[in-house]
Design a protein. Sequence first.
Lengths: 399, 186
Amino acid sequence: MSTTAAGGSGVDALCDNVLASILARLPSTSVLRCRAVCRSWRRITTARSFLVNHVTRRPLQILTRSVYGYGGREVSATPLSVAGDAHPTRLFHRTRHEPSVARSSDVLYSLDGLLVVSKLPGLFGICNPSTRQWATLPALAPEPRPFDVVTCGFYFYSPHTSSGEYRLLCQVRHKYERYYCIFSTAGDALPRRCHGRQRPPRLTTSASLPYSVPVSRRGVLHWLVHPEDAFTGMMLAFDTASEAFRLMPRPPEWAGDDTRKRKLLELDGELAVAVEKGVSTLAVWELRDYEAEVWTLRYRVEVPPPSSIFGGTTTDNHTSVEWYISWIFSAGDGAILIGQGYHGFAARLYDLREKRIRGEVSLLPRGQQPAFLVFRESLVSHGFFDLPPNSEVAHIKFN
Amino acid sequence: MEVDKGKGEAEETRKVAEADRDTVTLKSSDGKLFEVSKEAAARLSTVLAGMIAGGSIDDNGTDLKQIGSEALENVVDYCNKHANSIPSAALISSSISFNTAPFKEPEEWERKFVDRLSHDALFDLVEAANFLGMERLLDVTCHKISEMMKGKSPDQIREVFNIKNDYTKEELEEIRQELAWAFYDD
């Protein structure tokens, strides 16, 4: 009987955790397909621990939107790989082209594999493109009209480790009244007023995105770009537990008034601001002592502009273009992902500790505009997606 | 004759320097003996590292009853090859750069190492790697097997891996309808 141990046992003989470890390396679509192979594979690939592990093995992707044909819009994700085979995969597109839904396929936030999409003014949807599930957040009461809704941030609120809900923070204007409002994925909870601050600041009509995508650190959201940044010279913070707002100092180094030249990010668990100086210098300030609000200069590095953005295929002369950095994300382990471009786009991984570029990839073909959001596939199930997967909802269609 | 002589010499060496040998002897479920560098074994396998540190290594062959000789031979082969590859090369990987997932792509030699194995040998090796706590070898073998599943339909996967379909027709139809899109596009 020693021959059985020596070989010939097949895939059936693999223990569950080895099989789970193999299946966790597959792309989301393959994992879903594997659920149809046999019962034990379905059991393994629907376990929560498997799904959580699967997410960590998914590559980071950059979301892009593009315009095709006459008024068509689509949202795609491009994995960041240095192999040179990074092609965008379409996640969904708009099926109706009326002006009323013009911005509807815009992705506002990306978190834990979920995307927040504006469906109509004041009406928001959450979708998981990996499972093709949709949910519409409860709408604001339509009266009294008119009202404007400006989104501030999307976050996961979890008072207990076992449960939690996703929340969308918005600033609302009803006639002459302004207030912050919270939409939730929990049950049928209606949008409610957030009492952490009585009256949000007035919005200037010119700013299309008054609040930048916030950076979260230990349950507090932070904005570098917010309606009051220009005249207060401060960052805005929102405690998701107490729902209190407060202004916080920003780093002492501040490259003029150009908001494009500084980016807020989370770096190895701490809040950091990367400030662009001149053409190629990047100063990274860290809020190491968060409570005392003391900023420390952590790195000052030279990051030369991208060299191979267009893959040598363009004849345009871009030498005079200033390569301002569009986004910076933390890639973990002392590395940051820098996105910059003009007509084309480059994503580069810069190692702050070793002070060198670890990889560069020309990311987007023409016609694709980065949404400045990163995305990672997730098959983790959520209670608020109570409907079965549906490829088409309202005027948005998956893939 | 040559082989026997080699074994005899190994026996001699064992007696001379029992305490500070730089190899360990592993015994497969079917009683075959394999020598592997102590340093490589301790570095690549958490289980062997624990046994070496705890002094539970048997110089006449540490019993690994769960591992057949073919799989153990591959394990030892992997350890030796790993020890011979430039250590720094294993740490610097280009493809990790844009993927924050902990997995580093297999090196060229690792790819070749698993590519030459039959399905069954691969499955035995992945189990052995799991049993011995060889994280890197587990990564490389799991990666290889997952590559064999990528882009395949459930029917193809069942065929390739010889898996019995234990769903009823109705159940399968239900799954197919729920995830219809996943079966058509890739």
